[in-house]
Design a protein around this ligand. Sequence first.
Ligand code: AMP
Length: 286
Amino acid sequence: MPLETLTTIPELRERLLPARRAGKSVGLVPTMGYLHRGHAALVDRARADNDVVVTSVFVNPLQFGPNEDFARYPRDLDADRRLLAAHGADIVFAPSVEEMYPRPIVTHVEVESLSGRMEGERRPGHFRGVATVVGKLFNIAQPDRAYFGEKDYQQLQVIRRMVADLSFPLEIVGVPTVRDVDGVALSSRNVYLSPAERAAAPVLGRSLAAAADAIAAGAVDPRDIEAAIRGVLAAEPLAEPDLVAVAAADTLEPVDPKAPPPAIALMIAVRIGHTRLIDQRVVAVP
Ligand code: AMP
């Protein structure tokens, strides 16, 4: 079946209704487009699990702050369609902003506590925008399963909590981060990097590896773990740490060294030039 491109909510609902009535399962992969092998891993997983695979491509203005890159966020729907066809997606849902938000949206999904901390403190309103658009996409596509990357680890936990709290009838599947050969997490924003900046980017993964080594060697105090990350980042002159967060992997609560969790999530955001890159790693506590 060739890839279908749908741009309106009624079209997508009409297309999915007979499939759902026939008892077919629907998998949804929400994205902002400019797709790469990281997104492809989500599509592959959705393809393996479901009868019908829908990928949404929508750069969601709600989740961008006033000084962020909404206007210049990279877009290339033709290239996205080629990648999605090659990975066997059935439908790309690519609505306009007017289709999704025909009037100013006044109803939001706020996942309290989880949304305001760490990345949420750096980007106020970001997770509210994410949860709102993802909840809306869930209502539009009514998927049986939806796929999210672990790269955006806090986002994954916010969505899991939203689904549990509001009883959305679907399963959330987390997919491990896909990396380039030098360890840099694939990201649509990597195109912003100059060659020198791209050469500096592996420092993110190296800093997480140093923290993982420290945890393996017995470190459980979040200050020590954070210091291991910051020590590696400090050696790269082009890297400016914006967020270094250490939290219990399942709850994202602060790590108590006297009662360490079974696994620790490391989440970082680093500015390299004008580009803000993020990376993440979950490390089991020995
Ligand atoms: P985005 O288009 O950046 O909003 O990402 C759409 C989805 O793809 C999110 O669930 C991301 O976590 C996921 N994703 C982005 N980059 C990667 C990657 N390198 N590996 C795995 N998943 C990714």
